[in-house]
Every structure is written in structure tokens, then in C-alpha cells.
Design a protein around this ligand. Structure first.
Ligand code: NAI
Ligand code: MG
Length: 340
């Protein structure tokens, strides 16, 4: 089996707790070379840069990136120095245009939100016109941006044996921007009919309701940046919060895998952070690297640990971060023996 190089960026707070535990699990599943990269607020305090150039270089040289979480400093903590967000910098530098959030509780809820990661209102073109006293934000949606995220969503559906892709939009009001997104969606969907992947679409407000009322409606959702940001946080509420929410940021050349949660300063250092979101992000990484069997085994191991109630306090258990990881490793070893 190929030896993969993994860039490991722990970051701040509980990132430093859950990422080493994830590495410990992964060591049981393959032959990896883990290379540390530094980023975050602590890194900024030490080196004057929240994401040094060397970290970005290391990320480029690796097969995949595992990222914990970073603390965003408050403006008064910066003493006038400039601070750039490490994760936004990496998304831009590595052109990670697809953000993937699987939403699963290992029981009745199982869908995926694929969010465009580079355009929309997040291009940050905002201005204030003092004459009209209007504040304006530009919403940028390009044909290329639509095409690549929609194609990505259908390819993802194919690869993960999903049956339907739903486009989520507000094209009834945002006729030009979301109109382009929706039109591109149905153009691309034609190509996937031969694989029996269904295509449909929903308005974003209706989707917000259905996610709560009838999440079984969804399989793969593809949407624009802002809507995806909001809906994916809403959806993680369905599965009991952040402790079980993994994510991936993927482009044509690079993949970065991270738990959805932040650095959780309120529990950092107590040894009670739930490592499962990070470990599940590791499972997404294995799938990305083509280690399908190992990825499946890891997800099954997490599932049994949750079912048996071996969890940290956020999921109602009383185990420590390290103890939950030990349980996951036990299950991984068991599945490695019994599964072909
Ligand atoms: P957070 O996700 O760090 O924490 C929110 C709540 O969930 C806290 O009560 C925390 O204890 C709990 N929580 C989060 N992850 C947990 C885990 N694995 N196990 C058990 N409990 C967990 O969000 P918050 O508090 O808004 O932000 C804290 C810092 O993290 C801020 O500086 C924020 O900017 C940063 N942040 C970084 C992100 C990233 O690096 N991608 C994402 C979100 C926030
Ligand atoms: Mg968010």
C-alpha cells in the first residue's frame, strides 16, 4: 500500500487534543507519514503569522491535510497587527472550492451538504455609499464556479452510491445569480441520468424547514456559499451538535479535512473534548485517498462506540477524550480482523 504524506495542523485549544487522537487512530489503519504544520492564534503569538508560508508549502507537498481548529483573536488582542484567517487562507491558496458536510446520526438521518466555498457574498465586495446612505454587498456567482461545484456534487453522489442530488437556491428572487446556479445544475444533471442519479431542487427557506421536519427527503444537497454555511450548521443540530460533525474542503488538487467545531476554549485542557468529529474527518480523508475499506471500518468503529455509549459528556457519556479514542481503536482492530 502506498505511504501517504499527511500534513497535520493541530491549531489551538481542543484542536491540540482531538487531532493527536485522530493520528493515533489512523496509525492503526495505514502507513502514513505525518508532517506537522503550524497555524492559529498561538502560532501568531509565537511567529507573528497565523499561517506561515512554510505551513502552506508543507500542505502543498502532502497528499492530504488534517486540520484541527484555530482560535480567532479578538481585535484588541492584535495590538494593531494584521491577522489573516488560516482556514480561509488555505481554502484560497489551495483552491478548495467544495465544502462537504455529511450529516449522519448513524440511525435514521444520513445526507450530505456540499457547499460552494469561494464565491457568493463571501467575496467580500462590500461598500457604503454615503450619498444614498446605502450599504451594498455584491453577490458573485460565476458560470465556472457553478459548473465545478455541481459536477463535484454529482461525482460525489456516484462515488458514494447516493441516489439523488438536490439543488438548493432562491432563484425565484435572485433570478440572475441563483438563476445561473439552477440552470447549470440541470444542465450538468443530464449527464448523470445514465447513472440513475436523480436531480431536483428546493428553495432555501423551504429547505430550512424540511431539514428539521423531514430530513429523510435529502440525499446530497448542493448549494451556494452563504446558504450552505447556514444550512450545514442548522443540520448539525439534528445529529446532536458539533461532537459528531466532520467536514472536508476539497479542490481539484488538494483535500483538507477538519471537524466542524472550533477550538472550544471553555473545555480546552480538560481532556473531555469529543474526538469523534475529528476522527470522522479522518475517515473522510481515508476515502479521499482511495482507502475505501479503511474508511468504512473507521466509520463502523465510531458507530459502534456511539451505540455502546462510550462517549464524552457532550453526548451524554462520562469518558475522557483519550478513553473514547481507545474504544475506537479497539473497534477498528476488531473490524480489521473480521472484514474482508
Ligand atoms: P466552538 O465550536 O469552539 O464551541 C462551541 C460549543 O461547543 C462550546 O460550548 C464547546 O465546548 C462545544 N464543543 C465544540 N467542539 C466540541 C467537542 N469536540 N467536544 C465537546 N464539546 C465541543 O465554537 P465557539 O465557542 O463559537 O468558538 C471558539 C473559537 O473557535 C473562536 O475563536 C472561533 O473563532 C473559533 N472557531 C474556529 C473554527 C475553525 O477553526 N474552523 C470553527 C468555529 C469556531
Ligand atoms: Mg459556519
Amino acid at each position: 500500500m502506498k505511504r501517504y504524506k499527511i500534513c497535520v495542523i493541530e491549531g489551538d485549544g481542543i484542536g491540540k487534543e482531538v487531532i493527536p487522537e485522530t493520528v493515533r487512530v489512523l496509525e492503526n489503519l495505514g502507513d502514513f507519514q505525518f508532517i506537522k504544520g503550524y497555524a492559529g492564534y498561538q502560532c501568531f503569538k509565537r511567529y507573528g503569522d497565523p499561517i506561515p508560508e512554510e505551513t502552506i508549502e508543507t500542505a502543498r507537498e502532502c497528499d492530504a491535510i488534517l486540520f484541527g481548529a484555530v482560535t480567532t483573536p479578538k481585535p484588541h488582542e492584535l495590538e494593531g497587527k494584521r491577522y489573516r484567517s488560516p482556514i480561509i487562507t488555505l481554502r484560497r491558496e489551495l483552491d478548495l472550492y467544495a465544502n462537504i458536510r455529511p450529516i449522519s446520526n448513524f440511525k435514521d438521518i444520513d445526507f450530505v451538504i456540499i457547499r460552494e466555498n469561494t464565491e457568493d457574498l463571501y467575496v467580500g465586495r462590500e461598500y457604503y455609499n454615503p450619498h444614498t446612505q446605502e450599504a451594498v454587498a455584491e453577490r458573485v456567482i460565476s458560470k465556472r464556479g457553478c459548473y465545478r461545484i455541481v459536477r463535484f456534487a454529482f461525482e460525489y453522489a456516484l462515488e458514494h452510491h447516493r441516489r439523488k442530488v438536490s439543488c438548493v437556491h432562491k432563484a425565484n428572487v435572485l433570478r440572475v445569480t441563483d438563476g445561473l446556479f439552477l440552470k447549470t445544475f440541470y444542465e450538468v444533471s443530464e449527464h448523470y441520468k445514465r447513472y440513475n442519479i436523480e436531480a431536483d431542487d428546493y428553495l432555501v427557506d423551504t429547505t430550512a424547514l424540511y431539514i428539521v421536519k423531514n430530513p429523510q427527503l435529502f440525499d446530497v444537497i448542493v448549494t451556494t456559499n452563504l446558504f450552505g454555511d447556514i444550512l450545514s450548521d442548522e443540520a448539525s443540530g439534528l445529529i446532536g451538535g458539533l461532537g459528531l460533525a466532520p467536514s472536508a474542503n476539497i479542490g481539484d488538487r488538494y483535500g483538507l479535512f477538519e471537524p466542524v467545531h472550533g477550538s472550544a476554549p471553555d473545555i480546552a485542557g480538560k481532556g473531555i473534548a469529543n474526538p469523534l468529529a475529528s476522527i470522522l474527518s479522518g475517515a473522510m480523508m481515508l476515502q479521499y485517498l482511495g482507502m475505501e475499506r479503511e474508511s468504512r471500518i473507521l466509520r463502523m468503529a465510531v458507530k459502534s462506540v456511539v451505540e455502546k455509549g462510550y462517549t464524552t459528556p457532550d453526548l451524554g457519556g462520562n469518558l475522557k477524550t483519550r478513553e473514547v479514542t481507545d474504544k475506537v481503536i479497539e473497534e477498528v482492530k476488531r473490524y480489521l480482523e473480521v472484514m474482508p
